[in-house]
Ligand binder design. Structure first.
Ligand code: UFG
Length: 322
């Protein structure tokens, strides 16, 4: 019988790609999502949806009692700026919600969790590329919540209740190449979906935040990782947990730094037209460069990103529009 996986927050952008990968790899998938930012259109055929909230302990307990072998936990608020203005939402949803999940897992003897952590746990980079040994010093409340959950998983592991894989994502972008995922994020806050909205006329234009950084062209450099590569790491992590009963913390990035301007130029090339943008002041809290050393994920999981060309990545988004 297929192992049954509970994907918390599975109706979102990353969750839908994780569902796809897990189904392709022969897992049985139950999505648990409050649909606050996720969408029913993102539930793939073959997956089952439970509409529920991670703050509702009874609802989680009910889901966790369905013979679950492992959990993928993606249910979180993720807007960095908002987390500094309304930390209470992040404390409640990300912290309390995650503790509810860990407690429910312990109660129902569900021993394995793959957690979506973030490069935001590192804060301002002290060196580049960032490996997992880099000092942890989040500079926004969102990043703090991710770190706090990692620490709690570490404690629950020490207490013999579970094993975990914490996946520290760098910048997730792209869509499944076969166009099987059609749902879009509402009110996107990140660069790539904002550029796409400008490309399709949903917004007039956009701003590049800062062109006076000490980088190749003055704009910020990030490590853009295709969401399908990211999703594959979740499936591999579950298999690793089931095999080894050990815990791991892994960066997920390509190691390749791409500037905002390079993303814009590559997008213009892919879509075959000029975009409307201007240069605005720096956005507060943005490090100049963030790139990952992700060789540990290769060693532990045998994982390697397939998408390393930024135009290929952008094409997977543009494909959905044409
Ligand atoms: N940017 C612009 N214009 C925009 C939006 C973004 O110039 O309209 C720039 C940003 O200043 C930054 C780059 O594009 O330099 C990428 O910005 P994103 O908002 O897309 O992503 P971030 O790097 O700020 O953050 C992302 C995730 C966080 C995660 C972080 C970890 O959104 O959740 O990566 O690296 F914490």
């Amino acid at each position: 019988m297929a192992d049954r996986i509970l994907v918390l927050g599975g109706a979102g952008y990353i969750g839908s790609h994780v569902q796809k990968q897990l189904l392709e790899d022969g897992f049985e998938v139950i999505v648990f999502d409050n649909l606050s930012s996720g969408d029913k259109v993102n539930i793939l055929s073959g997956a089952k949806l439970i509409v529920g909230d991670i703050l509702d302990i009874e609802a989680i307990d009910k889901a966790m009692s369905l013979g679950i072998k492992g959990v993928v936990h993606l249910a979180a608020k993720k807007a960095v700026g908002e987390s500094m203005i309304k930390p209470e939402i992040y404390a409640s949803n990300n912290l309390t919600g995650s503790i509810n999940i860990l407690n429910s897992m312990a109660k129902h003897n569900v021993r394995y969790i793959v957690f979506s952590s973030s490069a935001a746990v590192y804060g301002m980079p002290k060196y580049i590329p960032i490996d997992e040994e880099h000092p942890i010093c989040p500079i926004n409340y969102y990043g703090y919540t991710k770190r706090a959950i990692e620490e709690n998983m570490e404690w629950y592991k020490k207490l013999g209740k579970l094993n975990y894989v914490a996946l520290r994502y760098f910048n997730a972008v792209g869509y499944a190449k076969d166009k099987s995922i059609t749902g879009r994020e509402r009110n996107p806050q990140n660069l790539m979906p904002i550029i796409m909205e400008a490309a399709t006329g949903k917004r007039d234009g956009f701003s590049i935040f800062g062109n006076d950084y000490e980088t190749k062209d003055g704009t910020c450099v990030r490590d853009y990782i295709h969401v399908s590569d990211l999703a594959r790491a979740h499936s591999l992590s579950l298999k690793k947990l089931f095999e080894t009963d050990c815990s791991y913390t892994l960066n997920l990035g390509t190691g390749i730094g791409t500037s905002v301007k390079e993303i814009v130029d590559a997008t213009e090339k892919v879509i075959g037209k000029k975009l409307n943008y201007d240069y605005a002041p720096r956005r507060s809290g943005d490090p100049a460069i963030l790139t990952a050393k992700a060789s540990k994920a290769t060693e532990v999981l045998g994982w390697k990103p397939i998408y390393t060309n930024v135009e290929d990545i952008i094409s997977t988004v543009w494909n959905l529009e044409i």
